[in-house]
Design a protein around this ligand. Structure first.
Ligand SMILES: [Zn+2]
Length: 586
C-alpha cells in the first residue's frame, strides 16, 4: 500500500487522509448512544456512532456493532478541568474584553463550582487534552472516532469569540498569506503588526453600544480564518487517530448540515453524525431534513441523523412517538438514516438537559423492517428529476432560501439532488461531467461561485436550457413519479442499475391521534424509462406491517390498495447482473 510520510508521526497509510467512501450503508441501523445487548438486538443495531470510550464489558454487549467513540470539544469541560486544574484557564476562549464565555446550552453544568466555559481549539493546553482523548479512545478499541462540536472555537463565532492571543496571532499569519490587493481591499496595511482585537475594540468604541463585534467589516475574513483553523485541527486529529491505531480510522462529527458552516471540515470526515432540526412543534412531518440528506449525498458522505434537543423535548412533553416514526421513514427513504431513538438528549432553556426513552415497541419494528429488506436500500441512489446547483457561499449567507427551495420541490414530488459548489471554506469544486449529465438543472444563484465554477456555470447557461427559478423548474420538470391520492403523499424514487424503488410516505399525520390516516387506493404513475426499467410489468409492494405483495404495472400505472405510513414499490431485480457489475466497479 502506498504510504505518505508525516513529520513527527512516521508512516501512515495514505488512505487515512482521504475519505473511505461509504462507511455506512443505507440499511445500517445506527445507535447514537450505548445500550444493552437486548436493545441492540431489538433494533438490529449495526453501528454505534456516538459511543463513549469502549470498555471490555460494553464492547461485549455491542458484539458485531461497529463502535465510534466520541470526543467532545465543548461538552467535556469537566474532564478538561479535572486534567488541568491549575492551567485550564489558559485554554479558554475569550470575548473582545478578555472574558471567558459560557457554553449557552450547558449553563446548567458546572465542574467543582466552575461553569462550563467554551474552550479554544487554538490553545496548546486544550489541544493537548483533545489529542489525549483521541488517543485513549482509539487505544481502548474504538473502530471509529466521533467528534462532537467539531468546529471547536469556530463553532462559537456567533458568540463573538475568540480573541485569545493565539487566535489574534494566527489571524496575522492568515492575513499575511492573502494577496496584497485583497489586503488593501480589507484595509489591512501591515498584517505583521495588525491586532484584530485592538481594531475591533476601536471600532466598537467609535459608535457606543450600537455596534456588535460580529458586524465588524473584517468579521467575514476572521470567520474564514477561524473555520480553516478548525478544519486543519480536525485533519490533525484524524491523522493522530490513524497513527495511533496503525490503520485508517473513520471519523464522524456532529456536523448538522442545516447549520451553515458545518461543512468546512468535511474533508476530515467520513460521515456526518448529526443533530438535525425536525420542527416537532409544527406537529406535522417536515421536508427540511431532506435538505440535509441531499447535502450529505452531494458531499459523498453518509448521514446519521438525530433530531435536535428541542425536538426531543417536545416529543417527550407531548408524547408523540408517531411523529418520530415518520422521521425514521423519511430518513431511510432519503437514502440516509435516523439514529435509533432509544435514549435521546432533550433540551429546553427552562428544563436544561433531560432525556427521552421512547417506546421501542413502536420504533424498533421499523428498523427491523429496513434490515429485513436491506437489498432494497443498499447501493441505491437518488433518482434526480432535477439537479440543483447550490453555491456554498450562498447557503452561508441565506440558508433559509435553500430550505424553502428544497421544501417546495419536495412538496411537488420533484426528486432533486444537490450539486454543492465550494467556496473559501469548503473545498468542493463542481464537476463538469456531472453538470452535463443532469436531465434538468436549476441554478437559482448565478453569482457566489469561485472563478472556475463561475466559468462552468456561465458556459452552462450558454449551451443549454437551465432553470433560473424554482417556479420555472416546477413548471418545466415532469417528475418520474406522480401520485394521486385522497391525501398528501411524498414519493421518493431511488435507483440502481437493473432496479428502482419508490418510497411512498403518507404525510397525513394527525397529532391528536399521533398517527397517520391510512389511504386507500393510491394511484402511482411511473416513468419507467426515466428509471431505466422500461420493460417492467410488475413490482413488489413492501410495507413494515404486512407480507410482500405483487402489484401489476399497466402503462406505467400502479394501484396501491392501501398506504399506511410508509411503503416501497420495488421494481426490477436488486441483485441483477447489471447491478452486480455496478457494485464491482472500482
Ligand atoms: Zn482563541
Amino acid at each position: 500500500m502506498k504510504t505518505l510520510r508525516f513529520p513527527l508521526l512516521g508512516f501512515v497509510a495514505a488512505s487515512s487522509l482521504v475519505a473511505h467512501g461509504a462507511v455506512l450503508k443505507p440499511s445500517d441501523v445506527v445507535f447514537m448512544y450505548q445500550a444493552g445487548r437486548s436493545t441492540y438486538g431489538e433494533y438490529g443495531a449495526t453501528v454505534l456512532a456516538w459511543g463513549g470510550k469502549p470498555t471490555e464489558k460494553a464492547r461485549a454487549e455491542a458484539k458485531g456493532v461497529t463502535w465510534f467513540g466520541s470526543v467532545g470539544m465543548v461538552t467535556e469541560f469537566g474532564a478538561y478541568h479535572q486534567r488541568f486544574p491549575d492551567r485550564y484557564e489558559q485554554g479558554l476562549c475569550r470575548d473582545i474584553d478578555g472574558n471567558p464565555v459560557k457554553v449557552p446550552w450547558l449553563t446548567d453544568h458546572q465542574h467543582q463550582g466552575v461553569p462550563y466555559w467554551w474552550c479554544c481549539t487554538q490553545q496548546p493546553v486544550f489541544r493537548q487534552f483533545l489529542r489525549d482523548r483521541v488517543v485513549e479512545t482509539v487505544k481502548a478499541g474504538a473502530d471509529g472516532l466521533h467528534i462532537d462540536d467539531h468546529l471547536g472555537t469556530a463553532g462559537g463565532l456567533w458568540l463573538g469569540i475568540c480573541f485569545c492571543n493565539r487566535c489574534v496571532e494566527g489571524f496575522r499569519a492568515h492575513l499575511t498569506k492573502l494577496p496584497v490587493e485583497e489586503r488593501t481591499r480589507l484595509g489591512v496595511g501591515a498584517p505583521e503588526s495588525f491586532n484584530y482585537r485592538d481594531e475591533v475594540k476601536r471600532w466598537l468604541a467609535a459608535d457606543g453600544a450600537k455596534r456588535k463585534t460580529t458586524a465588524h467589516p473584517l468579521w467575514p475574513q476572521w470567520s474564514i480564518y477561524q473555520r480553516r483553523s478548525a478544519a486543519a485541527f480536525m485533519l490533525e486529529l484524524r491523522e493522530l487517530a490513524a497513527q495511533t491505531a496503525g490503520r485508517p480510522v473513520p471519523v464522524g462529527a456532529n456536523a448538522g448540515l442545516l447549520w451553515p458552516g458545518h461543512l468546512s471540515d468535511y474533508r476530515a470526515l467520513d460521515l456526518f453524525t448529526a443533530e438535525t432540526d425536525h420542527h416537532a412543534s409544527g406537529r406535522r412531518f417536515s421536508d427540511l431534513p431532506l435538505v440535509a440528506y441531499r447535502m450529505a449525498e452531494a458531499m459523498g458522505r453518509p448521514y446519521a441523523a438525530t433530531a435536535s434537543g428541542g425536538d426531543w423535548a417536545y416529543i417527550k412533553e407531548k408524547t408523540l412517538p408517531g411523529l418520530v416514526c415518520g422521521w425514521i421513514a423519511l430518513s431511510y427513504a432519503g437514502g440516509q438514516r435516523l439514529m435509533a431513538p432509544h435514549h435521546q438528549w432533550c433540551y429546553t432553556s427552562e428544563k436544561g438537559t433531560h432525556w427521552y426513552d421512547g417506546p421501542s415497541a413502536k420504533f424498533a419494528p421499523l428498523y427491523r423492517f429496513v434490515r429485513r429488506h436491506a437489498v432494497w436500500f443498499d447501493d441505491f441512489e437518488t433518482h434526480a428529476d432535477l439537479a440543483v446547483v447550490m453555491p456554498h457561499r450562498s447557503f452561508m449567507k441565506n440558508a433559509q432560501r435553500w430550505f424553502d427551495l428544497g421544501n417546495r420541490l419536495a412538496a411537488a414530488n420533484v426528486s432533486y439532488r444537490l450539486l454543492v459548489a465550494g467556496d473559501e471554506i469548503v473545498d468542493h469544486p463542481l464537476v463538469e461531467s456531472e453538470l452535463k449529465s443532469c436531465r434538468a438543472l436549476l441554478v437559482p444563484e448565478r453569482q457566489e461561485f469561485l472563478p472556475a465554477d463561475q466559468r462552468l456555470i456561465d458556459d452552462l447557461f450558454k449551451s443549454r436550457r437551465v432553470f433560473a427559478t424554482v417556479d420555472d423548474a416546477l413548471a418545466g420538470v415532469v417528475p418520474a413519479v406522480k401520485v394521486q391520492a385522497e391525501g398528501t403523499v411524498r414519493a421518493l424514487p431511488r435507483v440502481k442499475p437493473g432496479a428502482a424503488v419508490v418510497h411512498l410516505l403518507n404525510y397525513g399525520y394527525d397529532a391528536e391521534r399521533d398517527d397517520v390516516t391510512p389511504l386507500g387506493s393510491v394511484q402511482v404513475q411511473i416513468d419507467l424509462k426515466a428509471l431505466g426499467l422500461e420493460a417492467a410489468r410488475t413490482c413488489q409492494w413492501i410495507v413494515p406491517d404486512a407480507e410482500v405483495a405483487s402489484l401489476a404495472i399497466r402503462d406505467g400505472r400502479v394501484e396501491v390498495p392501501r398506504l399506511g405510513s410508509w411503503g416501497l414499490l420495488a421494481i426490477g431485480d436488486p441483485g441483477s447482473a447489471a447491478s452486480r457489475r455496478s457494485t464491482a466497479d472500482p
